[in-house]
Design a protein around this ligand. Structure first.
Ligand code: FAD
Length: 314
């Protein structure tokens, strides 16, 4: 325990404990530092972190949270996430340990679990001579997070290869959302409120295995040249690129490369990355983000919007 709990909190921990002992098959952690579960290595404690193993676990968990009025937050690999220093109340549903199945169908189609890592899928497709996901080489997230974020790079995005997603809705109901209803846009998709992606249906193009390998190699080298020199924990691009502009270039032009707040620093390699240069708190990252937005707006007249998701309490 990192902080004293009130009687009310003890009661709710007990309620959590009883549910998890009785029904839940996956692992459950209490009062767990989110800094252990984000690529930024930043974030206060989550009351509860549950790792559903299958759809049954997920349905039970949602029903339990709903019945008790507990909030829940969905976590993939935590690579696009800033968790505030006070942590997260309620249940963090960690999708990165279950839902790791991949079913290969005919004609380059596959059904892929939300917990599968993009890097694993890139390797699988490379070995099968399937093209479409090469852009994701070295993007460190899960399939679930990548669908939600419509992750992309080098002119390709998840929307180009996702045909639809299987979900569990906020009332625990199973559903399928076709691509046409996901409303994909730049680093964004839309799901019904509270829905959790369990699997993505994807289609790849059969190509010569050597050409797929070559493309992966080429993109890996491009990425190394752009961000390979960043050695501190980070969460990728902090701001969305405004129409026709690169956020990193704007931040560089207003002279903020290398700027620090506490342990957080605007990367001197790529200005749209903020790094945890040692002991950074969420408040340090948020202070840098506010400074960047103010400076870019006052000197360039451009409003930068965060790409990073921010959750939790101060
Ligand atoms: C070094 C580095 C490089 C990166 N490069 C790129 C890049 O080139 N292009 C790019 O687009 N991104 C990039 N990213 C950002 C990040 O990796 C992607 O956005 C990734 O897709 C996020 O996946 P995740 O599993 O980590 O999601 P998380 O960060 O865990 O979550 C992101 C959002 O998705 C939601 N979510 C996660 N899983 C599910 C699910 N199963 N169901 C419902 N909601 C869910 C979460 O609630 C949250 O709102 C980079 C990050 C790093 C650290």
């Amino acid at each position: 325990m990192t902080k004293a709990r009130s009687k009310g909190e003890d009661k709710s921990s007990m309620q959590y404990s009883l549910f998890f002992i009785q029904r839940f098959k996956g692992k459950v952690l209490f009062n767990v530092p989110m800094s252990d579960y984000t690529s930024f290595r930043i974030g206060g404690p989550a009351d509860v972190m549950a790792f559903p193993q299958d759809e049954g676990d997920l349905k039970d968990l949602i029903a339990f949270a709903e019945s008790k009025g507990f909030q829940f937050h969905v976590l993939g690999a935590g690579t696009n996430l800033l968790v505030r220093d006070g942590g997260v109340r309620g249940i963090v549903i960690n999708m990165s340990e279950g839902f790791k199945d991949i079913s290969w169908l005919d004609e380059g189609k596959a059904i892929i679990g939300a917990g599968v890592r993009l890097t694993e899928l890139v390797s699988e497709c490379r070995d099968r001579g399937l093209s479409g996901i090469e852009f994701a080489v070295n993007i460190p997230g899960t399939i679930g997070g990548a669908v939600i974020m419509n992750a992309g790079a080098y002119g390709s995005e998840m929307k180009d290869i996702v045909e639809g997603v299987e979900i569990i809705g906020r009332k625990g109901q199973k559903g399928f959302i076709p691509r046409s209803e996901l409303n994909f846009s730049y680093r964004k998709s839309e799901l019904p409120k509270g829905a959790i992606v369990t699997r993505a249906h994807m289609r790849f193009e059969k190509k010569d295995a050597e050409s797929v390998k070559e493309r992966i190699k080429e993109l890996r080298e491009k990425r190394r040249a752009a961000t390979g020199g960043i050695h501190f924990p980070n969460a990728g691009s902090v701001f969305r690129n405004p129409e026709g502009r690169a956020a990193g270039m704007l931040i560089d032009e207003v002279g903020l490369k290398g700027e620090r707040s506490g342990g957080a620093e605007v990367s001197s390699v790529h200005a749209n990355f903020i790094v945890n240069a040692g002991g950074a708190k969420a408040k340090d990252v948020l202070a840098l983000m506010a400074l960047i937005r103010d400076r870019v707006f006052s000197l360039k007249g451009v409003v930068l919007e965060p790409e990073l998701k921010v959750i939790g309490e101060d």
